[in-house]
Design a binder for this molecule. Sequence first.
Ligand SMILES: [Zn+2]
Length: 257
Amino acid sequence: MKITFIGTSSGKATLNRNHSSLLFSSEKYNLLVDAGDGISRALIANGINFDSINGILFTHLHPDHFSGLPALIVQMKMINRNKPLDVFVHDSLRNVVEEFLLKSYLLPERMGFEILYKTFRDNERTIISESFSFLARMNSHLSNLEKFKNKYPSLSLYSASFLFETEHKKVIYTSDIGSKEDLFLFNDVVPDILISEVTHLSRSIILNNIISLNPGKTYLTHYSDEDIPALGEILATLPAEKREYVKLAEDGLSLEI
Ligand SMILES: [Zn+2]
């Protein structure tokens, strides 16, 4: 299994880097995690064939994680894809995604391939393929929108962090989070790899807590270009023995796991 950082940027668009997205690839299955604005170009830039993607998992529906989906599906249609595409979404978001695709004129009758919605529930394991699964736990990234629930009752505020498990490795991906507590959603697991976002919490909070989580290796992602100098300084302040285990991820970085 290989993890490729398709993009590492925050919600801020930049010419040099793509919005945050990961690709888990193996001989059996290729899972894209998030498909925000510009995902089709980001995949081309990383040399990924659209047809090789078996499924797309959404962490939440902020546009930098989600809005590239219809455009990517159009690309798949244009290369005459015929194998189905799995779309993994939390069950409160399935209708939103399905409607969004229909309203983008992506009608099942005209697609040439099937979109298979695979909904998941909080804290329930989803098997993706033989010896590859994930567990989603809701985080507080969208809880600041709670106050709008009365006005927009159909709004789902589900946003998750994930534990991915392969036969031998455990990978935690925080995705976008909202509070320090979200870093401890998988407190019961010591991950081989922790992939943490660094935009929504102070970097010192993230780094201090990462050390206490004690992952095998940590990769920081979801940062803006202007954050790079400060992140470099903070990484340089880590104790020497930790420094080689915490890295700033870059677009195109690939990890064999
Ligand atoms: Zn977000």
